[in-house]
Design a protein around this ligand. Structure first.
Ligand code: ADP
Ligand code: MN
Ligand code: MN
Ligand code: MN
Length: 336
């Protein structure tokens, strides 16, 4: 029987891309997933007079929304003339970093924070004015503390059924804000799965008439921003503490904090203020259990004298391909 393959790609909109997708009917589930194309002039990826872009399938998983033998197909965008990566295609950076440093077995766990919106307001907020100040919402329970749980549960089920390495979810510090975690997985796979999980989030929230936003500071003022804490380890870090410290030092080497911050998504000045569990964007510091540091060493890691580090700086709207590629390169170069 014919199946539906939902081709998913990342567009060329600046400064932040949108996810796009369209459906292709295939004869049955044993059919190879073919290369496809789209109109790049409608996605900020090509001029109208030379509009074709190529969709190269890179990751396929069951489609938990349609069920059955239907599939999701994450794609890279290529240029039709050369079949080389389109300028908007950052996945090639992650592939190159993993090719170079794969022998160190880099792993990532990515904590994607996001905010639900309905009618232009965070979900659960009053139409005018503000909800009670932050405090009871983080990991809260109850109708006053929580909004959007039905969407979160549906999204989590979908990620599990798609076979993604979703490792947890929690309600966040601001009412209407949530988090899911993907990982551990390698430099390329963790980023692929974050993109598919984002697609599923938007797609499922759509059915509830809700918009999921990865804006880094959706509400100005005394409300937490949204980040994408990126947990990282190599084989050496998982075996000993010297490598854990070496990775923290590598991220703080001259020029590195500036380079990393510049590639960690938009809204850094609004989010990394030194308040709301962040380090100021102009400083770099690491510490055990320190949620005001740029890079945190979890207490269990200090206790076990091995494990992983958490880079707290990436914004919720970061490109996971760019971030995993950069952390892999910076840390693995120093650890080599
Ligand atoms: P936090 O305490 O900062 O809220 P979370 O539990 O939300 O942390 O996220 C931690 C993430 O780190 C999870 O996705 C988990 O799978 C991942 N993780 C665990 N061990 C490792 C490791 N050795 N290397 C990389 N990531 C890891
Ligand atoms: Mn978390
Ligand atoms: Mn969080
Ligand atoms: Mn965290």
């Amino acid at each position: 029987m014919a199946i539906r393959a939902e081709y998913i790609w990342i567009d060329g909109t600046e400064p932040l891309p949108y996810i796009r997708s369209k459906t292709r009917i295939l004869d049955d589930r044993t059919t190879d997933i073919p290369v496809w194309g789209f109109d790049g002039s409608s996605t900020n990826q090509a001029p109208g007079e030379n509009s074709d872009c190529v969709l190269q399938p890179v990751f396929t998983c069951p489609d938990p929304i349609r069920g059955g033998d239907n599939v999701l197909v994450l794609c890279e965008v290529l240029l039709p003339d050369t079949m080389q990566p389109h300028p908007s295609n950052t996945r090639s950076l992650a592939v190159a970093a993993l090719e170079k440093y794969g022998d160190q077995e880099p792993w990532f766990g990515i904590e994607q924070e996001y905010t639900f919106f309905e009618a232009g307001r965070p979900l659960g907020w009053p139409i005018e004015g503000y909800p009670a100040p932050q405090g009871p919402y983080y990991c809260g329970v109850g109708a006053i503390e929580i909004s959007g749980r039905a969407v979160v549960e549906a999204h989590t089920t979908a990620c599990i059924e798609a076979g993604l390495a979703i490792s947890g979810t929690n309600a966040e510090v601001m009412l209407g804000q949530w988090e899911f975690q993907i990982g551990p997985a390698d430099t390329v796979s963790a980023a692929d799965q974050v993109w598919v999980a984002r697609y599923l989030l938007y797609r499922i929230a759509e059915d509830y008439g809700i918009d999921a936003s990865i804006d880094a500071k959706p509400m100005k003022g005394d409300w937490n921003g949204a980040g994408c804490h990126t947990n990282f380890s190599t084989n050496a870090m998982r075996e000993g503490y010297d490598a854990v410290i070496a990775a923290c030092e590598a991220l703080g080497a001259p020029g590195k904090p500036e380079e990393h911050i510049a590639n960690y998504g938009h809204g850094t000045e609004e989010r990394l203020t030194g308040m709301h569990e962040t380090a100021h964007h102009s400083e770099y510091r690491y510490g055990v259990s320190d949620r005001g540091a740029s890079v945190r060493i979890p207490w269990q890691v200090a206790k076990d004298q091995k494990g992983y580090i958490e880079d707290r700086r990436p914004n919720a709207n970061m490109d996971p391909y760019v971030v995993t590629a950069l952390i892999t390169s910076t840390c693995c170069e120093a650890l080599a």
